[in-house]
Design a binder for this molecule. Structure first.
Ligand code: AHR
Length: 672
């Protein structure tokens, strides 16, 4: 298979006219040299305003996106609620001369929200100090290996905290450590005087400069206290983005910031709905001090969410990256089959949506605005977009449910733009949220590239809230998938007067076995490292080269090729275009960004014409390409397929340029 790919490149490199080749990804290409060279024509005089929000992010708790992902907490099951029976992820640690046990205890607990504690009993014996010669090792405690390892990095400060209580005031020391799985202590500290009442204890652990980064490490808490020690919410944070307490992981935030996203659609996705009413995203349980958040079973994706990243953290995440929140509110549909009927049964959920909007936007004179101020953010957030539900369907009587939310929300907040998740007839939504996963790979993604060219501009605007080209090399998209995404995005960009927002989904994936719920995801990571997929770099190229006006862009003599579906997708083989283009102008900078996607396995000469602007001969070309469609990024090779930028010459009102095989190019043209 690999040989045939190489052959394809060799043939295309010498301009071979015909080759019938099957490539590793299952994509069958039949390149045919078009009778005449394609022409991409950009009419800079025929411009429409481009939505400033076109490129954003969609996020939910899937694939350990926050737990063990963006939310920087390192301790898994910090409040001991993952299992009703056992202290999952916590193991008993005993020094050689010690005996002891750990159990879940529901009789002693911090508060009603965290109704269970972890009880440590050091049963070594009360007189043990007196016989210590040599000193006995008599401490007992617990270890937690985090979300597939505690990341240990040099010269790094970790903030530990825990709630604890003893049977009597304890003058001795609790020992906290980050230690290697095979021995060795990377950082340690002591906490003294644990009270007979529940109290919070905080400490700092700092690693040395000479440590080699590793995630083969665990957090350990030890006590030599005879009798019980109860623990609640044991937490360990590394440094966070902007040093926010209860904050987010810096490397992942850096990857997001580099995309310059304009909005964040949250909190789902299926995570919003849950399988049952009591496992939906209930914002009221996700706010306030973290030790008063009960957490909930993420039934949609089958793991526990501590809700440390709750509504306020979503909003400060938006604030930190200057994104507009696109707030999805629960609308009565669960994935488990329950649909709350429109009318009186739905009213509590409509009220919840009003309360949630007030929490985001209300000033301190309002009940929920005051709650937000109490939670640490007195200033209201800007909110324009509210989505009613997620992926509703006609069977679930969405029309009536949407109307009920619409009437009540619009009456109180007429300025809000309300998004329907389905075409409805009861009311005219301001936007409709389209979703499409191109499961047959490039074939269907490319077919979708024209889907809005003729859309009715009188209808609601479009949020394309979830899309991805899915193909042969999970867990993150390869070059073939990224080309499908790029082709599709040219279609969104040409229509950015109508499709005003778009977001790839899912955003995040914890790469550890057990971390994955979904096959193709934008950004991958483990405890220590992270990388952007090839599609991530397509997103970055598109969002960072985007103007304020859309220029009408057409292709003549469009080359086509015959493709079959990737990864068992069900689409029939089809002749589809292999060349795609869109253009926008940044008026202030005086540049035109011309995007060209050559999906074929051979380089493609194209005649380019820019009408209605004077284009300077020198500009810039940013190109993303690689030899094979299956080339992909990974933790080991994070930038294997990444864009490069170089000067471009010979530009003008009319010029010819050859676009490499399997490439996405942004030409930055200086244009008056
Ligand atoms: O992105 C993964 C899931 O796909 C989302 O949760 C849901 O909205 C869609 O079906």
């Amino acid at each position: 298979m690999k040989n045939s790919l190489r052959l394809l490149h060799k043939l295309s490199g010498v301009g071979c006219a015909v080759a019938l080749i099957t490539v590793a990804s299952g994509l069958r290409a039949q390149p045919a040299v078009p009778a005449t060279t394609p022409v991409i024509r950009v009419n800079a005089a025929a411009a429409k305003a481009a939505s400033p929000l076109l490129y954003g992010l969609m996020t939910e708790e899937i694939n350990y996106s926050y737990e063990g992902g963006l939310y920087a907490e390192l301790i898994i099951n910090r409040s001991f609620q993952h299992s009703a029976q056992n202290p999952d992820y916590w193991t008993l640690v005993k020094e050689p001369d010690a005996t002891g046990t750990i159990t879940l205890d529901r009789t002693e607990h911090l508060n009603a929200e965290l109704p269970v504690s972890l009880r440590i009993d050091n049963t070594t014996g009360n007189n043990r100090r007196s016989v210590a010669s040599p000193p006995q090792q008599i401490r007992v405690g617990v270890a937690n290996a985090g979300y597939w390892g505690i990341p240990v990095k040099p010269s790094t400060t970790y903030r530990a905290s825990f709630y604890a209580k003893t049977a009597t005031n304890y003058p001795g020391a609790i020992s906290l450590r980050i230690e290697g799985n095979e021995g060795g202590v990377f950082a340690s500290t002591l906490v003294f005087n644990v009270s007979g009442d529940w109290k919070k204890y905080e400490a700092v652990l700092t690693t040395d400069a000479n440590i080699t980064p590793t995630s083969a490490a665990r957090f350990v808490l030890l006590t030599d206290l005879p009798g019980p020690l109860w623990l609640s919410q044991v937490s360990l944070f590394p440094p966070t983005w902007n040093n926010r307490p209860n904050g987010l992981r810096p490397d992942l935030m850096r990857l997001l910031a580099d995309l310059q996203p304009k909005f964040l659609r949250f909190p789902g996705g299926n995570y919003l709905e849950g399988n049952t009413l009591d496992t939906r995203f209930d914002f009221k349980k996700t706010i306030g001090p973290i030790n008063e958040r009960p957490g909930h079973r993420n039934s949609a994706w089958n793991y526990f969410s501590e809700d440390g990243l709750g509504l306020l953290e979503f909003l400060t995440w938006c604030e930190d990256l200057k994104m507009e929140p696109v707030l999805a509110v629960f609308a009565g549909l669960t994935l488990g089959g329950t649909t709350v009927a429109a009318g009186p049964p739905l009213e509590p959920y409509v009220q919840d949506a009003l309360d949630e909007i007030e929490y985001v936007t209300g000033d301190s004179s309002t009940k929920w605005g005051a709650q937000r101020a109490k939670d640490g953010h007195p200033a209201p957030f800007k909110l324009t977009y509210v989505e009613i539900g997620n992926e509703d369907n006609a069977r679930s009587n969405y029309d009536a449910r949407f109307a009920q939310f619409y009437d009540v929300i619009k009456a109180k907040y007429p300025q809000l733009q309300l998004i329907a998740t389905l075409a409805v007839s009861s009311r005219k939504p301001d936007l409709v949220d389209d979703h499409q996963y191109y499961n047959s790979g490039q074939i269907t993604a490319r077919q979708a590239a024209t889907r809005y060219d003729t859309a009715d501009r009188q209808g609601p605007k479009i949020l394309f809230g979830e899309y991805a080209t899915r193909g042969a090399t999970p867990p993150t998209p390869d070059l073939g998938n990224a080309l499908g995404d790029a082709a599709f995005l040219t279609g969104l960009e040409r229509n950015a007067d109508h499709v005003i927002m778009s977001s790839y989904a899912p955003l995040f994936l914890n790469l550890n076995p057990g971390g994955s719920n979904w096959p193709t995801n934008l950004i991958g990571y483990n405890a220590l490292g992270s990388y952007g997929s090839v599609s991530y770099y397509v997103q970055k190229m598109f969002s960072t080269h985007y103007g304020d006006t859309i220029l009408v862009t057409t292709i003549e003599n469009t080359p086509t090729e015959n493709l079959t579906a990737d990864r068992g997708g069900s689409a029939q083989p089809a002749d589809v275009p292999s060349l795609f283009a869109s253009a926008t102008r940044d008026t202030a900078k005086g540049v035109i960004y011309l995007k060209v996607v050559n999906g074929s396995g051979r380089s493609q000469p194209v005649n380019l014409e820019i009408i209605g602007a004077t284009v300077a001969p020198n500009g810039e070309a940013t190109v993303l390409t690689s030899a094979n469609l299956t080339d992909t990024n990974s933790l080991a090779e994070p930038m294997k397929v990444a864009p490069t930028t170089e000067p471009a010459t010979g530009l003008g009102g009319k010029f010819t340029r050859t676009f490499p095989a399997y490439s996405t190019t942004v030409l930055t043209l200086q244009a008056k």
